[in-house]
Design a binder for this molecule. Structure first.
Ligand code: SF4
Length: 335
């Protein structure tokens, strides 16, 4: 059996939507990885936002799916139903407007996502800092993909090839992924998201696996430049430094987090509101952590499709449109 991991949740969704798993020969198994940003946000991080939303003076703003992810004592949506001021934003910069329109309130942006969304948070931090907006803070839970892949690759990980996220590579370029073939011997291909682009990347992976010659190649070169996006990289460098991040399923990973630099610490919501991220277990019975590590599939979860559905999600992998459990459920895969 050839085991290929698609790292990105957008790949997972596209693969299911277009029936690509079924179209592949039986000896090729696609395994979903830790590339859904909502799913890898730890329970403890969600608990911080839920706790903050209980304060009358605070508006918590975040991206859509995050609102429904259950923390240890309910979700932001639950708190909103009880009267908390929780807003869904489409972009980080909307938080600037929210802060201006609500000068007597503290606006806290729950910032999640990988290198794809972090530059927009960085630009918002810079703008707020420049304009002296002092009622906006960030709960900064952005995570970096390459350190998580390094952690997975260093564990006993039987993966024969990696379909790498084209959207992250658009920002970072090729270099941060080069260690995968060169140090770990894992064939690694950057791929786009249409069925044709995914199949083309899988074809390249199979060629490398057959030849026994692991390389980093890109099948998304119409979009991804080898050097990435220098403007976005510079924005992240200006605002963030590396720190340890707590990943659901993978635990704490050194240098995989983005922490605000000293000059922006006044905007750090964890400091301003004296919050601490605790490592808390997944909800009882939920195996999201194992699903995100590629160690289990949704069908292995006793709650899948019964107690846990997109309408009644128990874990984040069923909440997010990019979550593996959600994809399995929506596209009717039972095994
Ligand atoms: Fe968690 Fe639900 Fe997925 Fe089970 S089916 S792993 S409870 S999200």
């Amino acid at each position: 059996m050839i085991r290929i991991m698609e790292v990105c949740g957008t790949h997972t969704t596209s693969i299911f939507r277009h029936g690509l798993r079924e179209a592949l020969p039986g000896n090729i198994k696609l395994i979903s990885g830790p590339g859904c940003p909502v799913c890898v946000t730890s329970q403890g991080e969600i608990d911080q936002a839920v706790k903050l939303s209980e304060s009358k003076d605070v508006i918590v703003a975040t991206y859509g799916d995050m609102v429904r992810v259950p923390g240890s004592s309910g979700s932001l949506a639950d708190r909103r139903a009880q009267g908390a001021d929780v807003r869904v934003v489409l972009s980080a910069s909307q938080c600037i407007d929210l802060a201006r329109e609500n000068p007597k309130k503290q606006v806290v942006f729950l910032a999640v996502g990988f290198e794809t969304t972090a530059p927009a948070t960085a630009a918002t931090v810079l703008q707020a800092h420049r304009e002296g907006i002092d009622n906006l803070s960030i709960l900064c839970f952005h995570k970096k993909v390459p350190p998580a892949l390094r952690t997975l690759a260093e564990q006993s990980w039987s993966i024969d090839g990696l379909l790498l996220p084209g959207n992250v590579a658009v920002i970072l370029g090729h270099e941060p992924f080069r260690f995968l073939p060169e140090e770990r011997g894992i064939p690694s291909v950057i791929g786009g998201f249409s069925p044709g682009e995914i199949l083309s990347a899988l074809g390249e992976l199979l060629r490398q696996i057959k030849a026994g010659s692991p390389k980093l190649t890109s099948c998304y070169s119409s979009v991804v430049r080898p050097e990435g996006n220098p403007i976005a990289i510079d924005l992240m460098r200006k605002v963030f430094k590396s720190g340890t991040a707590l990943w659901r399923g993978l635990g704490p990973i050194e240098d995989s987090g983005m922490v605000l630099r000293e000059e922006f610490l006044s905007m750090d919501g964890s400091i301003r509101f004296s919050l601490k991220t605790e490592e808390t277990p997944d909800p009882e019975g939920c195996i999201c952590g194992r699903v995100l590590s590629g160690l289990s599939e949704p069908k292995d979860c006793p709650l899948f499709g019964g107690i846990c559905t997109p309408v009644t999600p128990v874990g984040p992998c069923m909440v997010s449109g990019e979550g593996t459990c959600s994809a399995w459920f929506r596209y009717g895969r039972k095994e």
